[in-house]
Design a protein around this ligand. Structure first.
Ligand SMILES: [Mg+2]
Length: 409
């Protein structure tokens, strides 16, 4: 079997997510890998800078390759090969750029390169599962459990100064059946921010955050898991300060407290934080190794859209387990990426929870369909259909096609 094409469709629709009530558009990109056997696979990439160009590159570079060699395709994309190179490796010019295989053809295992490779790798897993008539989680060693726990990203209510809005958001989340949720430190008290460029949290801001999260804890009770995210915004002393101020609320984790490129500052926060430190939503396996080595994290937080796809996600989780650390999966994706991540989550013994951002944006959850619901009682249930067990919801995709796009035929 050979890869004949790698195509994309781009969807564009409203993004209904809290974030202080800002109305935004959301773009989603679905990838399809086609073969000469007629079997195809679906994946999802995030529409960040350079990602669509990365998928275009992979279409040219990996055409005619064996779709069963998923790890080799991802590894060659990230690290290249050395001379004399695999026989099937592409040489010479491609239509729009240079194909350079003596180092990484794309020169880096971070950024748009790995983000593009992540979606193609996931589509390949779907394809291989379909070709072998078995669910994707069987390709990863089989499942420990038959559903993956979901945690909802709540960010903040639209009216952040109104405590009743926080309480309503908390009670709505409990009623919807989910048992874990996350709020964004940087969005929780924006009216107290004095300098948008600073890396500091004011005491006034910290006090409002404590009050608002306290209201949430009061509603959900002592057993509901709550996390907070710092979005890599703060200096180390203020991250430690806010962690101590929130300690009495018994949070599950404090996420990405400091800018991500420095494991030493994160290790300093971790050493003095009463809340467990969770890092790595944009990391590849190598960066997780670095942070574990520097004792800079308690919980690993890879995202299937950014870490290299399903096999890489499992590899990171297994590495965490060897270090006796739990793993949660960051989730910036729609239904397709979420289902793919759940297929990995069930194969990882140390899995804590899988994030979903888009509960208020139904079209993102409906862009694919399968034989079981996307969510059931706060979990993604498994399907035993082949591959990822999904097909495009052509009606929804047609409705939200971005200008100039057309559906896969
Ligand atoms: Mg985050």
């Amino acid at each position: 079997m050979k890869i004949t094409d790698i195509r994309m469709i781009r969807l564009l629709g409203p993004r209904n997510h809290c974030l202080g009530g800002v109305e935004r558009k959301l773009s989603k990109v679905i990838v399809r890998v086609d073969t000469d056997a007629g079997v195809y696979g679906l994946g999802e990439v995030d529409d960040f800078m350079g990602v669509r160009q990365g998928v275009d590159y992979m279409r040219e570079y990996f055409r005619d390759r064996d779709p069963f060699t998923v790890n080799a395709i991802v590894s060659e994309m990230l690290y290249g090969t050395h001379p004399p190179h695999p026989d099937e490796s592409r040489r010479g010019d491609m239509p729009d750029c240079n194909a350079v295989n003596f180092c990484s053809p794309t020169a880096t295992p971070w950024g748009p390169v790995i983000w593009a490779a992540s979606g193609v790798a996931t589509a390949l897993c779907d394809l291989v599962g379909k070709a072998l008539n078995t669910p994707a989680y069987h390709l990863l060693g089989g499942n420990f459990r038959d559903r993956a726990k979901v945690y909802l990203d709540r960010s903040s209510p639209n009216d952040i100064v109104d405590l009743s809005a926080w309480k309503k958001m908390a009670s709505d989340t409990v009623k919807s059946g989910f048992t874990q949720m996350k709020f964004d430190i940087d969005f929780m008290a924006t009216e107290c921010v004095e300098d948008v460029w600073g890396r500091s949290l004011t005491l006034r801001q910290i006090n409002r955050i404590v009050e608002r999260l306290g209201a949430v804890r009061e509603v959900v009770g002592p057993d509901f898991e709550i996390c907070v995210d710092c979005h890599m915004q703060y200096n180390a002393p203020d991250a430690i300060r806010v962690s101590n101020a929130l300690a009495h609320l018994n949070l599950l984790w404090l996420e990405d407290p400091t800018p991500i490129t420095n494991p030493d500052s994160c290790a300093e926060v971790r050493q003095r934080s009463p809340i467990a430190i969770c890092v790595g939503e944009m990391f590849s396996a190598e960066q997780f190794r670095l942070f574990i080595h520097h004792k800079a994290c308690d919980i690993l937080h890879p995202d299937i859209l950014f870490c290299g796809g399903m096999h890489e996600l499992q590899r990171i989780a297994n590495y965490a387990e060897l270090n006796h650390l739990p793993v949660a999966f960051h989730g910036n994706g729609g239904a397709l990426a979420t289902i793919a991540a759940a297929n990995v989550a069930v194969t990882c013994r140390n899995f804590l929870g899988l994030e979903y951002h888009m509960i208020e944006t139904p079209w993102v959850g409906d862009m694919v369909r399968r034989d079981v619901p996307l969510f059931c009682d706060g979990y993604v249930p498994l399907s035993d259909a082949p591959g990822l067990g999904v097909e495009l919801n052509r009606e929804v995709c047609a409705r939200y096609l971005a200008p100039g796009e057309s559906l896969f035929d």
